[in-house]
Design a protein around this ligand. Structure first.
Ligand code: FAD
Length: 322
């Protein structure tokens, strides 16, 4: 019996959300008296994978099949399922990302497992049952769920688990191959184009986001300069993408991307419920808006009531001086 953690990678590096998943897995494994094994797919720097040993992974299985360089849901599911069977995994941990949740549901059907998404805390373990706490209704409430099937799949909401080194050891790396059919590889991307700039929006620690208050794309240099000075990714509200001021892959919210950065800076965004649905699990929210009654202030940790065109240039100067 073991705990298997699926490791997501981008640009040859392990994503932060996967370190969170490993830390979660390590704590679950310690409670169950077992150890964690990780499975990574695609090209990843060996040093990165070895470093998972610091987060409790005794071993990392790596499937470097070149056709799996980019995410293909059914093929990735098959690889993770094969790894789970090989390692006799009773618990499988994923990150609740687009990839993680895409695999999680398929994996549950394939392994006849129970599956809990958006999990925010360590489970209570009672015999063979794991009671998990999950975030529901776009972060407005929590629900508890008992997982009692022999295989349990848990997808961790980003930023809910602290990443802590638990040792100094290196994980052993083991090559892993899975027989894939043409059908498994249906939908392999021919070409992938990076959607965001230097910092991947879904992985960013800091996000600077602009709304209709920016007045037009010609003012977006303010968002970009502030993001650059802070090492942040840029995002926007839906109407901004709808009118073409910014590309749709930057749109966050209920109908866009869900993000959980440590710091979300909302510039000229009113804070409609549909926008909040995608950003309200950010650790710290800063709102800049000239309207003191803007709803976003209710969700903010810090607020600046002021004009973007006065406040943001000052913030850029301060951020550059950091
Ligand atoms: P506005 O609501 O127009 O707000 C602009 C803000 O800028 C105002 O608060 C104003 O006070 C401030 N402002 C203006 N000028 C300045 C200045 N000079 N200095 C400082 N502040 C200034 N929206 C999303 O963002 N994401 C979604 O995923 C999403 N999904 C939706 C799904 C559905 C089904 C529906 C119906 C709507 C959805 N929306 C979504 C739209 C959402 O309801 C809001 O209309 C939208 O979020 C508003 O965008 P905004 O805050 O940029 O614009």
């Amino acid at each position: 019996m073991s705990v298997l953690v699926f490791i997501e990678c981008a640009d040859g590096k392990v994503k932060k959300s996967s370190f969170e998943a490993a830390c979660y897995g390590q704590q679950v494994a310690a409670s169950l008296g077992t150890e964690i094994v990780a499975i990574a797919i695609g090209e990843v720097a060996t040093e990165e994978l070895k470093s998972l040993g610091k987060y409790g992974a005794a071993k990392v299985l790596v499937d470097e099949e070149p056709r799996l360089k980019d995410y293909v849901s059914q093929a990735y599911t098959k690889v993770v399922a094969a790894a789970a069977e090989k390692e006799n995994a009773s618990v499988i941990i994923l990150s609740n990302t687009n990839i993680g949740s895409g695999i999680g549901a398929r994996l549950a059907a394939r392994l006849q497992a129970c599956y809990a998404a958006n999990v925010v805390a360590l489970p209570e373990i009672s015999g063979d049952t794991l009671k998990v706490k999950k975030s529901v209704f776009s972060g407005k409430a929590f629900a508890e769920e008992n997982l009692s099937a022999s295989t349990k799949i848990i997808a961790i909401k980003k930023n809910s688990i602290e990443v802590k080194e638990t040792g100094s050891g290196e994980a052993a790396i083991e090559t892993f191959t899975t027989a894939l059919t043409d059908a498994d590889l249906n939908g392999v991307p021919q070409e992938t184009v990076r959607a965001t700039g230097d910092v991947l929006l879904t992985e960013a620690d800091i996000v600077v986001s602009g709304g209709r208050g920016m007045r037009g794309p010609e003012n977006w240099h303010l968002i970009e300069d502030l993001a650059k000075a802070l090492g942040a990714a840029t995002a926007c509200s839906k109407p901004v993408a709808d009118v073409g001021w910014r590309p749709h892959h930057e749109h966050v919210g209920q109908t866009g991307i869900t993000i959980s950065p440590n710091l979300y800076i909302a510039v000229g965004i009113s804070g409609a419920i549909q926008h909040l649905a995608g950003v309200n699990s950010s650790k710290v929210i800063v709102v800049i808006n000239k309207d003191p009654e803007a709803p976003f202030f209710k969700a903010a940790d810090y607020g600046i009531v002021g004009d973007i065109f006065e406040v943001v240039p000052k913030l850029i100067e301060e951020a550059k001086a950091l």
